[in-house]
Design a protein around this ligand. Sequence first.
Ligand SMILES: [Zn+2]
Length: 398
Amino acid sequence: MSRCRVCQHALLEFFDFERQPLSSAFVAPDGTDDEFFFRLAVGMCESCALVQLIESVPPELAHHEGYPYHSAGSSVMTKHFEETARRFIETELTGPDPFVVEIGANDGVLLHTCGEAGIRHLAVEPSGAGTVRVHRAFFDAASAAAILATDGPADVVYSANTICSVPDLRPVFEGLDVLLASDGVFVFEDPYLGEILERTAFDQIYDEHVFFFTVRAVQALAERFGFVLADVERLPVHGGQIRYTVARAGRRTPTPAVAELLAEERELGLTDMATLEAFGRKIQGIRTELVALLHRLRAEGHTIAAYGATAKSSTIANYCGIGPDLVPYVCDTTPAKHGRLTPGSHIPVRPAAVFADPYPDYALLFAWNHAEEIMAKERAFREAGGRWILYVPHVHVV
Ligand SMILES: [Zn+2]
């Protein structure tokens, strides 16, 4: 039986995506024999209600270079990190000589913005590339103690799109216990199970996302390690996330937003197995519809390409069996992916410029979480008669 990574109780499985590759393992055309596959399935802990992957990717294969890196590459995300930094500066970093730490610094926008305001800052990241000051390590009690010795306690420890990828959360909370100032806060943002269910955004489920948080589960998680969930805030980024603010037990009174979202989760039955199993049936429905649509369009002689060779598109492509026979190529702006094949599904990745040369009749929008931005940028595609195929929250053509 599989056990909860946090409290060791049994996991109740509610959906199985079957055989899936590593979502970031784009393969060379002659390298498809060596691909690694695992069973991508999700379950909920019967005790603490934390939704998580049933099987883990072996640690030596999982994002070995450090915390998963999510390049902003997007003006929306750059603005988000700048605004978050300004918020911290106004609310949490107001004491004398404040100090902010970011776990997995993404592209460093947040810390850079804090730095411009004269605030001491540090990224904790094993791979440690980038323009901001970096402590090269995973965040745990040892690295936290080293930082405490040189920089003193942190007023804010922040992390975006990283905590949900850390299979063992105990060292993270042990590190927080060492490094956080007595009134300091740990603020993290990750995809929200409520939003994933609401949008049927099942492609958020892939090897790099181990946990799918709810307010209920994060509250239990924080309390387990001697902290309190002090505030929650829904964010529009990445298709819907929650920003959790965690403080030392007894140091902050939870805001009304915590109780409100807890009540909303109860009302929606977010951590009921019946709700999660209904989500699974919707995923099966999307597969049936999307595969039928692609087959019909191909049979009618239409050309189809995919847009955005994202890690999260790996789940849908493999679960639906979408290969180069249905979608002959996918356009992407990342040079390192060009000339390679999508993991498991083996769709060739072409440069973004190929998209308009000539435009396909239909474009399957894999990077749907940036739909608004992409559709604005690619307005000419739509004006030339092209149509977008989206599959979140349901299969539709626009
Ligand atoms: Zn548990």
